[in-house]
Ligand binder design. Sequence first.
Ligand SMILES: CC(C)(COP(=O)(O)OP(=O)(O)OC[C@H]1O[C@@H](n2cnc3c(N)ncnc32)[C@H](O)[C@@H]1OP(=O)(O)O)[C@@H](O)C(=O)NCCC(=O)NCCS
Length: 175
Amino acid sequence: MALGDRVHDREELPLLQGERLVLRPVRADDARALTDVLTEPEIARWWGHNDIDSVREEMPALLVIVVDGAVTGWLHVHEETERDYPSVAFDIALTTAVHGRGYAQEALRVAIRHFIDRGHHRFTIDPAVDNERAIRCYAAVGFKPVGVLRAYERAPDGRWRDGLLMDLLAVEFDG
Ligand SMILES: CC(C)(COP(=O)(O)OP(=O)(O)OC[C@H]1O[C@@H](n2cnc3c(N)ncnc32)[C@H](O)[C@@H]1OP(=O)(O)O)[C@@H](O)C(=O)NCCC(=O)NCCS
């Protein structure tokens, strides 16, 4: 059976252990700490909805990124289990203090390994076209640019902004 043929039911998000971080299922009492991360200026410029009610709405799809016991960011996971189109889409944000130290790459690699083990064959992520740090981070994990999604997302200033669709196939993933 090929990868992608055996993903049928969406699972509860699990706890995943990395070398330097843990991805764990979100808890109700994480809402404040996650909102604090999303309202940091360097995060808020890329993230439109960052009030505590929006964070609570996203919670069912979140894994919390924990470094040294502290809530450090989140990984948003959308698992598509439709028979002929299985894939996993990610979004990620980390507190500014830890940027540039490889934590996002590690979090994505840990999650991708898990979803490959679950049978997935394809992953996507869709940063804003001018989010150079994010694009470089995802390219280092193995994501490739697919194309520009025009007027894809509403930026914090209310204007439509282009996105870059990137994808990664399990057969290309180097772990
Ligand atoms: C995007 C984000 C998750 C990346 O997290 P991170 O832990 O800093 O990423 P990593 O350290 O794993 O990788 C960053 C890469 O970008 C590079 N980089 C750092 N600053 C950069 C910059 N200003 N411009 C371009 N690349 C940059 C790093 O050198 C590294 O690449 P390398 O490994 O090839 O050297 C984090 O910056 C973030 O939370 N940003 C705000 C929210 C956001 O933009 N989320 C993405 C939504 S799709």
